[in-house]
Every structure is written in C-alpha cells, then in structure tokens.
Design a protein around this ligand. Structure first.
Ligand SMILES: Nc1ncnc2c1ncn2[C@@H]1O[C@H](COP(=O)(O)OP(=O)(O)O)[C@@H](O)[C@H]1O
Ligand SMILES: [Mg+2]
Length: 142
C-alpha cells in the first residue's frame, strides 16, 4: 500500500477539512475502505465528504448495510459491521455497487470482508489518540 497522507486531527473541524481535501482525489468509480474501531470517526469523515457535495442527510448505514445519497455526485455508503457472511453482501448486489463507475463507494469496516473489496481502492485508517484527537492515514492500494 502506498502512503498518501497522514494527519493528526485535533477536532471534528480538522477531520472535516481533511475530508474536503479528499474531494479532488476520490472520483466517480473510486472505492474507499475505512478502517478503525467504533467512534474513531469513520462515519463523521463520510458525512463531511458528503456535506461538501451538498448532501446533508447522510447517516451511519450500520443497520441498513448500505445507504445511497445523490448530490453533486452519487455516493454509496456501506458498513460491514453487522454482516455475518459474504452471502449477505452478494444478495444485495454488492458488486453492482462497486462496479458502478458513476458512484463513489465508501465502506466502513471493509477490513471485516476484505476478500470482496477491489484491489484498486483507497484505504483510510482511523485511530483515537485522545478524546478529540485522531490519527488518520490515507493509503492507495493496487
Ligand atoms: N477529531 C475528530 N474527528 C472526528 N470525530 C471526532 C473527533 N473528535 C471527536 N470526534 C467524535 O467522535 C465520534 C466519531 O463517531 P463516528 O464517526 O460515528 O465513528 P465510527 O463511524 O468510526 O464508529 C463522533 O461523536 C465525533 O463527534
Ligand atoms: Mg460508523
């Protein structure tokens, strides 16, 4: 994996700024895997990215598995946290989503079922250092 950027975020505002910076890098067809424990800021990052595209109704898809938003760009937002086996993903047409070249796909907890992810993807890891302090690292794979 190629390291693109690592930041220490001291606030929600700084995480949102980083998400804004990623707008030019994540294009239609991009898949972004988000890795990190609960509460590290994966959903917050996606929400901030979506806000920048004029999408203000994004939310955690942990119960729905996938949410879809339509703003300046089409976004698919997955969360694998509650998935027990890959069949559940295949049943909802996971590959149709990630092969949709018109959409940007975010996948929280993608590391739980890495075998279904495309080799060519961005990976962002989130670590909590303190109450409001996060280490966020962006990589490019494949
Ligand atoms: N620097 C920061 N960056 C992002 N979120 C932060 C930061 N500091 C505190 N938080 C808080 O951490 C929580 C992250 O929650 P969430 O994005 O739902 O996490 P996850 O999706 O990883 O489980 C939010 O309540 C957010 O307000
Ligand atoms: Mg989340």
């Amino acid at each position: 994996m190629l390291l693109i950027k690592e930041i220490i975020s001291n606030s929600e505002f700084e995480t949102a700024s980083f998400a804004k910076e990623c707008i030019t890098m994540f294009n239609s067809g991009s898949v972004i895997e988000l890795i990190g424990d609960l509460g590290t800021g994966k959903t917050f990052f996606v929400k901030s990215f979506c806000n920048e595209l004029g999408i203000n109704n994004s939310s955690s898809p942990s119960f729905s598995i996938v949410n879809q938003y339509n703003g300046k760009k089409l976004i698919y937002h997955f969360d694998f946290y509650r998935i027990k086996k890959t069949e559940e993903l295949l049943d909802i047409g996971f590959y149709d989503y990630i092969n949709d070249e018109t959409a940007i796909t975010f996948i929280e907890w993608g590391n739980l079922f890495e075998e279904v992810l495309p080799g060519k993807r961005f990976v962002i890891t989130f670590n909590t250092l303190d109450q409001e302090k996060r280490k966020i690292t962006l990589y490019k794979n494949g």
